[in-house]
Design a protein around this ligand. Structure first.
Ligand code: NAD
Length: 284
């Protein structure tokens, strides 16, 4: 007979979440705290990481700490791991939440028209490599490096979970953001590659592909600052989401707990869309 399913296996487990001070990351931390997990918010912004950790620890009674870490710097990640091991113990779960886009890696026009040929600045040809490199590195290398560092304890226990954060852009690129789209596609590919590589040593590797949530990194693209209404791009997103709305960060909580818990013991190498049906919709 089937025993009642629960997330009880997560109680006491230690999770590191990079970028955990952000909008989506902190919502995931809240979900994990509710199960009695111990959580380290590893973020480049230590001050906000501490604030978020204190706030969530106070409201949940869970052990939550903030730790300084730059996902692009292996040494800083190793220092963070030493602190986490000393304060919380061995790491059981890693969520690679740091990521995002930047205006420096964003074209001004969606599609080139003939008149743009005389003004390449606003198109693909005007992209600065510096901005492109930064966004690509943050999302791809920023997933790879923390995984190298934070899964070492899992190897000794022959058990562990990695959860990457991908995006709808990984399946079909959105206009304007080629670096972010390519990087998230590479996160999906890496999720599958690493799931295979680590399957026999007990580490599962999956990803969540969030649909559209209004956060700091995309507000400038989807909202009209002056009117407070959706921008034409924001409206297009809603029109192409069968559920007809942006997601709430809390919508990611169930998928997060499901994929990090033993409930999904036989699931590895998948990318789970949490998107109100966006990915399933052909637009007609
Ligand atoms: P956010 O900007 O609110 O949070 C990102 C966090 O990462 C911040 O706390 C920031 O300080 C931290 N960070 C940035 N660079 C870092 C670095 N080098 N090292 C360590 N930490 C660093 O972003 P969010 O909207 O919560 O996004 C979280 C993840 O979800 C990202 O990977 C993002 O690409 C992805 N995502 C977001 C959306 C959305 O609609 N917001 C949709 C799909 C995917």
């Amino acid at each position: 007979m089937l025993e009642t399913l629960s997330f009880e296996d997560l109680r006491g487990k230690v999770c590191v979440i990079t970028g955990g001070a952000g909008v989506l990351g902190s919502t995931m931390v809240r979900a994990m705290a509710s199960t009695g997990m111990k959580i380290a918010i590893a973020d480049i912004n230590k001050e906000i990481a501490d604030e978020v950790a204190e706030e969530i620890a106070a409201e949940s009674n869970a052990e939550v700490i903030g730790v300084a870490a730059n996902v692009l710097d292996k040494e800083s990640l190793e220092q963070a791991k030493t602190i986490i091991n000393a304060k919380l113990g061995d790491i059981d779960i890693l969520i690679n939440g740091a990521g995002g886009n930047s205006p420096q890696a964003t074209t001004k026009v969606e599609q080139m028209k003939e008149e743009d040929i005389d003004n390449l600045e606003d198109t693909f040809y005007g992209l600065e490599m510096e901005g492109f490199d930064k966004v690509f590195a943050l999302n791809f290398k920023g997933t790879l490096l923390p995984t190298m560092v934070f899964t070492k304890d899992m190897l000794s226990h022959k058990k562990g979970v990695v959860l990457n954060i991908s995006s709808m852009n990984s399946y079909r690129p959105l206009t304007k953001i080629p670096a972010y789209s390519a990087a998230k596609a590479s996160v999906n590919n890496f999720t599958e590659w690493l799931a295979v590589h680590l399957a026999k040593v007990g580490i599962r590797v999956n990803a969540i592909a969030p649909g559209f949530f209004i956060t700091n990194q995309n507000r400038f693209l989807v909202m009209d600052e002056k009117t407070g209404n959706f921008s034409p791009r924001g409206q297009k997103i809603v029109d192409n989401t069968p559920m007809g709305k942006f997601g709430e960060p809390e919508d990611l909580q169930g998928a997060t707990l499901f994929l990090i818990s033993d409930i999904s013991n036989f699931i590895t190498g998948v990318v789970l869309p949490v998107d109100g049906g966006y990915n399933a919709y052909g637009g007609v």
